[in-house]
Design a protein around this ligand. Sequence first.
Ligand code: SAH
Length: 559
Amino acid sequence: MIGLVATTKAGRVHADRLAELWPDAKLFAGPASAALPEAWAECDGVVAFLSVGATVRLLAPHLGDKHTDPGVVCVDEAGRWAVAVLGAHGGGANTLATRVSEVLGTTPVLTTATDAVGVGALDQLGLVVEGDYAGVTRAMLDGDVVTLAQDQPWPLPPLAASRVPYEALIAPGIVVTDRLIEPADGIAVVRPRSLVLGIGSSRGAPAAQIDQLIAEVLADNRLSPASVGAVATVDAKADEVGLLEVCASHGWQLSPYPAELLAQVTVPNPSEVVRRAVGTPSVSEASALVHAGAGATLVAYKRTSPMATVAVARRAPRGRLTLVGLGPGARDLLSPRAAAALTSSAFIVGLDQYVAQVRDLIRPGTTVLESGLGQEEERARTAVDLAREGHAVALIGSGDAGVYAMASPALEMADDSFDVVGVPGITAALAAASLLGAPLGHDHAAISLSDLHTPWPAIERRVRAAAEGDFVVTFYNPRSRGRNHQLTDALELLRAHRPTTTPVGLVRDASRPAERVILTTLSDVRPDDVDMLTVVVVGSSQTVEVAGRMVTPRGYRWS
Ligand code: SAH
C-alpha cells in the first residue's frame, strides 16, 4: 500500500489524482506531524507532498533498516520533482518516484549512484544479498571487472559482471546460490528464493522446536535460510499454531495442500503411521515437492524431531522469454514497458540492426546475441533454449514482435517450462497510417508479399479476396532486390475491383531519420518508389484524399 500525505491545497490536488488512479493508494489526512509517521508505519511506500527537510525531520525518529523501511518520495509544491528521499532501492522509492512522475508529470530525482550511471544494482534484485555487498557494488561502479557465477541459471536482470563457471569465480565477484559457502573478501552472495520447506507437525508442536529442526536441516545440508521462499504442509495443519508462528516470524507464507494430493507424490521416506494419522504417507517431503512445482528436487530428506518433520525441495529455475516490439524506429514510439524489458533481461537476442536501434538502453552486463537477416529460425531457437535453461531473455524485433516477426517461430518451439511475456509494439501499418492520415478508419487487411515462406498462389488468393472484399490493404515486405513482380501483380488484382483514382500511400522508414511519404493513386503508383523498407497502403473504394491526406470514412456511403 502507498500512503499519500498532503497538507497544502496544491499537494492535496496531486494526492487526490494519485488516489483516484492507484487502487493501492491511501490518503492520510491531518497535520503532517501525525499523518506522516502514521503512513510510514502502515504502508510499503509513502508519497509526501512536503519539503524534503520537513519530511526527514518528521521521520528521523522512526528510521530503522533500509531493507525493511518503506520508501519515501517527496513531491514539491509546484509539482516539478519527485525526489526519492529514503529507501531508494530496498524501500522501492526509486520505482515509486518514477510511478509518481508517470501520473503527475514530475521529474524523478534518483540520487543513488548505481541508478545515476545505469548499472544494475545488487539490491534492486529484490533478493537477500550477503557478504561483501559494499565492496562489489563499488567495484561495479568503478567499472572494474566483476565476475558472476550461478550454480543454476536464475532469471536475473543484467548485472555489470562477466559470467564465469563456478570454479573460476574471483574477487570482486558475485555468487548466486542457495548453498552455504565460506565468506570471502570481495565476494557478494545473492540468495535466490529457491527453497521450499515441507513441514509436518503433531498437534501443539512448539514453535521453538520446529524452528530448531528447520535450522538443523538447513545447516546440515549446507543450505541458506535466506533462500527459503515458502513453506508447505497438509491441509490439516493449516491452523497449527506453532507452525504459523514460525512462518510469521520469518515472513514466510504457509501453503497447505489436501492429503489426497500429497498421497499421490512418490517420496523417498513414506510412513504408514503418518498415512493413518493424516491420510497421506508423506507430509514434509510431498508438500515441499508439490509446492516447488515441476522439475523440483528434494535437497534435504525428511528429518524428524519428537513433534515435527522437515524436508526441503529446490525449485527448478524458471526462465522468462519476453517478446519485445521496439516500434517502427523513433525512440519516443518505443514503449516504457519495452525499455524496461530490455533492462530486466540478462540476455537480448535480435537482428543486428534492431540491437543497434536500442544499444544505448542496454545495460552493462547484458549478453547480446545478434545475428544477420535470414537467421530467424536460429535466433528463435537461441532465445527459447536460454529461457528453457532458466534465464531472463528478451527477443526483440521492430514494430510488433508478433507481426511477421519472431514471436511465432519462438512460440512454435516453446513449451511450458518457462514464462512468456509479450510487450506490444507499434507495427509499421500503424506508424505509416498516422503519417498518411486516417487510411485504416474502416475494415482493413495486412498482407505480406514475401513468398519466401508462403507460396505465391496462396498470397495471390488472399490479395484477390481482399480486393473483392473491398478491404483497405497494407502490404508488408512489398518488394526487394530480385523480388519484383509480386507488387505489380498485387496492384493489378486490386485495380480490377476499385477505381484507378483510389489513393495509395507509400511510407518508407516511418519514424526514422530517412522517413519518406508518397501519396499517389492506383493508376499512378510506381513500383520503383517501393523497397524492403516501405509499407504500401492501398485504400478501399471508399477511401478519399482530403487536403493531401488519405481518409477512409467510418461508414459506407449508401448512395
Ligand atoms: N514486425 C514488423 C514487420 C516486419 S516485416 C512490424 O510490426 O512492423 C518487415 C516489413 O515491415 C518491411 O519490409 C516493411 O514493409 C515493413 N516495415 C517495418 N518497419 C517499417 C518502417 N519503419 N517504415 C516502413 N515500413 C516498415
